[in-house]
Design a protein around this ligand. Sequence first.
Ligand code: ADP
Ligand code: ZN
Ligand code: ZN
Length: 790
Amino acid sequence: MLTIAKVIVDVPSHQTNQTYDYLIPDALREDVGIGFRVRVPFGSRIVQGYVVDVILEQSSEYDLKPIHSLLDDYPVLTSELVSLGQQLAKQTFAFAINCYHVMLPALLKVDYDKTLTWIGNEADKPDWFVKESLSWDEIVDVERIRFVLKAIQSQQIRVDYVVKDKANHKMRKLVHLVHTQDVVIRKGSPKLSLLHELLLKQTPLDMKELNENGVSLATVKSAVKQGWATIESVVDYRNPFNEKQFALNVAKVLNQEQQNAFLTIKQSILQHQHHTYLLQGVTGSGKTEVYMHLIQEVIQKGKSALMLVPEIALTPQMVNQFKGRFGNRVAVLHSGLSKGEKFDEWTKIRKKEASIVVGARSSIYAPIDNLGIIIIDEEHETTYKQMDTVRYHARDVAIMRGQYHHCPVVLGSATPSLESRARAQKGVYTHILLNQRANQKALPTVQVVDMTKEKKSGNFDVFSQSLKEAIQTRLDQKEQVVLLLNRRGYSSFVMCRDCGYVLPCPNCDISMTLHMDTKTMKCHYCDHQEKIPHICPSCQSKNIRYYGLGTQKVEEELNQLFPDARVVRMDVDTTRKKGQHEKLLDTFGSGKADILLGTQMIAKGLDFPNITLVGVINADTSLNLPDFRSSEKTFQLLTQVAGRSGRGEKAGEVIIQTYNPEHYAITLSQQHNYEMFYRQEMKMRHLGKYAPFFFSTRLSISHHSEATALKTALELKKIIEQYRSDDLIVVGPSTHAIARINNHYYFQILLKYKNKAGVEPLQEAVLAFTQEKSKQKIYVSIDVEPLSFI
Ligand code: ADP
Ligand code: ZN
Ligand code: ZN
């Protein structure tokens, strides 16, 4: 009988996007299974791969090669994730290997080396274990692999993860005692005796601690020489959350609406059934409390919960609540963690030391094998879609996992995406509404200020008269103000007043952005930087000026208008440093500032009772983007930020400054009327044949030669013509909204269709074309349900 492993190899190409058969040597038959990472011979090379299946066969018509070695002593992918990867590959037209890569923490992929150290009885140590520690990579002999796996289990061998790229990590030294029976320490070495004594009490010990106890590194080294101690270099994981104390967060009694929502969703938990719910609750309605009650229910049943948030760094209050309620059972995966810290949290989840996972997009692949609920908060956020390589949407993956685990998926939002709201309309999702704020207070009143009129009346300031007065009132009353500078698709630039010249990026078809903090011009697409020009490069005029509105500029104006106000500015420049975001929010939240001024990053999640005024300085900028979702994005942003006002006892007010006071995205957010917005926007989508009425796939073609890119786009269009049907609308080829980025020219073809299955043959043909072209360094990408059109 042959034991055969079906392996997906790490060679991302169309030809290799299939499994290859390898023999599992008899000795390892019991040890290697689905989800293991292996090394296998492939052509003349040894490559990595994932075991996706193991089968038994009498014989094989091929002369099968055995697997070369194992990469880990455990399967890194659960069998659920293995099959999810295959589904994902199909749906996103990605290579299976890339789908598996996307599921695993970055650290597992590249820069870790594993070393094996003998910590068991010296007598049991095999004679080939000659060095103090061996690299995992050296173990290729089947018998030895088997021996090592067993020895790890019986704790005779310790596995250490050694970072190859140490520059990125803080390292510390741990000193271990080797448990040999007889340690003979010569008299006259009190330091060695002390070390031995300390290690007997506790092993391993941090070198720092030993130092403090008067043991030097030299002493430890001589102990190592004598064979009874080992030094391990480990990454210094400083889990930022471990040091922090979290205020206890006691469960609140749910109000009627919340209780209804909770009981409805709870049914799926009790019946062990998959179903998707759209929990649509106005800002401040207490969706988080509903999530936490559901999670409590799930963990009481001995299961685990997974909750996604758009960006953890932006929602420290959410994390605090979860940690405060559920304590150490919560693992948090967020972008501020280093690769090592992420790997640590991932390991904690894999070892079932955490039953609640809170994280951003990629946490949807957390290796949990007993999921009881999946929650996606702010489900409308575009960060849930990965924009490159594997273009998946976390919402789709959540539903696939929900089906596998027979558990509910909850999509929460005050402003659901049109796609989700439409599915709720059709009954695909169950629609649950929370219409009241949890504290029964009214939503804030919203005033729209027409900035065209403001200019006509002679006010050319950033702030309208109304907003100025409203801010002054709040300052007088010791209440707090949030000011939003809407910067989506918007930036400050430099223009010559005489000839109109705008400094362009030499590599991209876009103007460069002015950064006052570093005094440079930067391109946001290719990172090109230049000095700020003082003379127009085109006409040599000195009459060159800054245009556009940056947060710094607004801050300066605020300081002039309200010299006594304490302002916290939050944008990419002030939050670049780790932990800075939370610090600034703390300052504001604890009342040490009066005004919080910021970009989109302040729009969501904030729950501070003393905010009674929200001002939107420029509502329009996101309306003018070349994207059919621009109205939706604007409506969502305005509704979210307005929702920060009046959450406490005092009533809230919102002032929106705009040049488009009649636009329905603005008037309907003024009225807090999501339903009307939904209906109006659905009409527009219907007319334009956009989502959710049509599915779409965006094909993007790029090359450094414009002619080659266009030629390829036309070639592709020819292929598409062969699959013409009444159901299919083909738009393009046309250039991207930014036609050139980093000296590559971009063209796109958009496919719109009603019948998903009908276009699959076409998509497959495009995938083959993609592969063929990549050999000539022409890149063709397939984006199913694109969210970005830049
Ligand atoms: P949302 O996420 O829906 O905007 P939050 O979850 O932030 O709303 O809740 C708004 C506020 O109401 C929070 O301060 C929360 O603690 C409070 N809250 C939620 N549910 C209740 C409840 N049942 N009783 C009292 N306060 C509640
Ligand atoms: Zn550029
Ligand atoms: Zn000029």
